[in-house]
Ligand binder design. Structure first.
Ligand SMILES: Nc1ncnc2c1ncn2[C@@H]1O[C@H](COP(=O)(O)OP(=O)(O)O)[C@@H](O)[C@H]1O
Ligand SMILES: [Mg+2]
Length: 228
C-alpha cells in the first residue's frame, strides 16, 4: 500500500554565509493511520521539516512523496491542489481570522477545493461537532479561549477529511489543561482514521504519540517505529 508520506534524504539549506543547513538528509515514512510525534530542541529543524513534508516549502534536495506523488514533479498550482485535498495543518498560533465567526473560519478550510458556500458551511458544522464546539459556531473567533481557538483551527484542518494532518506545537500557546484537551482531540481524530504528525517540545505531549521521532541539528537521531 502507498505510504501517506515518504521523505527521502531531504535537505533544506538556506543560503547565507555560512549557509544554514536546517534539515540535513532526513528520511522517514508515515503509513496510513499512524500517530507520529516529532520532538527535538528549539532550532533542531522540526518546523522546517514539517513545512517540507506538508508541501508548504520545497526541499533543496531529496524527495517528498505525499500519497505517492513526488512533489518535485508538481507545479505550485498542482501542489496547492494536492495540499487542499489531502492535507490539513495546525499551527502553534492558531492563525484564525479573528473577526469572522467560528463556522466561517472552519469553512475556510474548503475554500481551495471549489466547494460551494452552502456545502462548506454544512461541512464546517459537522467538523465543529467533531471537535466539540457546535455551541460556539456563531461566535466571533476572537471571543473564544485559546484552547477553543485551537479546536477551531483543528476543525478547519480536518473539515475536508484529509488523509494526513500536521500539527506544529499545537499546545505551545495553551495552558496545560487546554493543551491536554487538544492532544486528546488529536488522539480521537487518529482513532477515527486520520493520520497525524504532531511536533512538540513538550515531553508530556510526546508520551501521547505512539511513534516518536527525535530530531537534533537537522537530523533524525531516533525513530521508535515505522519503516527503516
Ligand atoms: N527562512 C530561514 N532562513 C534561514 N534560517 C532558517 C530559516 N528558517 C529556519 N531557519 C533556521 O533553521 C534552523 C531550524 O529551525 P526550525 O525548523 O524552525 O526549528 P524548530 O522548529 O525545531 O525550532 C534554525 O537554526 C533556524 O534559525
Ligand atoms: Mg518550530
Amino acid at each position: 500500500m502507498t505510504a501517506v508520506l515518504d521523505v527521502r534524504e531531504a535537505w533544506k539549506v538556506y543560503p547565507g554565509t555560512p549557509p544554514v543547513e536546517s534539515v540535513r538528509g532526513v528520511s522517514f515514512t508515515v503509513e496510513r493511520g499512524e500517530l507520529t510525534t516529532v520532538v527535538g530542541a528549539s532550532g533542531s529543524g522540526k518546523t522546517t521539516l514539517l513545512n517540507l513534508a506538508a508541501g508548504l516549502d520545497r526541499p533543496t534536495s531529496g524527495t517528498i512523496r505525499i500519497a505517492g506523488h513526488p512533489i518535485e514533479n508538481l507545479s505550485d498550482r498542482m501542489l496547492s491542489g494536492l495540499r487542499a485535498h489531502r492535507l490539513g495543518v495546525v499551527f502553534q498560533r492558531f492563525h484564525l481570522l479573528t473577526h469572522l465567526s467560528v463556522t466561517d473560519n472552519v469553512a475556510m478550510g474548503l475554500l481551495y477545493r471549489g466547494v460551494p458556500a452552502g456545502l462548506r458551511r454544512a461541512a464546517a458544522s459537522e467538523a465543529l461537532e467533531r471537535v466539540g464546539l457546535s455551541h460556539r459556531a456563531g461566535h466571533r473567533a476572537d471571543r473564544l479561549s485559546g484552547g477553543e481557538q485551537q479546536r477551531v483551527a483543528i476543525a478547519r484542518a480536518v473539515v475536508g477529511r484529509p488523509e494526513l494532518v500536521f500539527a506544529d506545537e499545537p499546545t505551545g500557546n495553551l495552558d496545560s489543561v487546554s493543551g491536554a484537551g487538544v492532544l486528546e482531540l488529536l488522539g480521537e481524530l487518529n482513532r477515527d482514521g486520520t493520520t497525524i504528525v504532531v511536533i512538540t517540545h513538550d515531553a508530556k505531549v510526546a508520551a501521547a504519540g505512539r511513534r516518536l521521532i527525535e530530531m537534533r541539528d537537522g537530523r533524525i537521531v531516533r525513530d521508535s517505529g515505522g519503516t527503516p
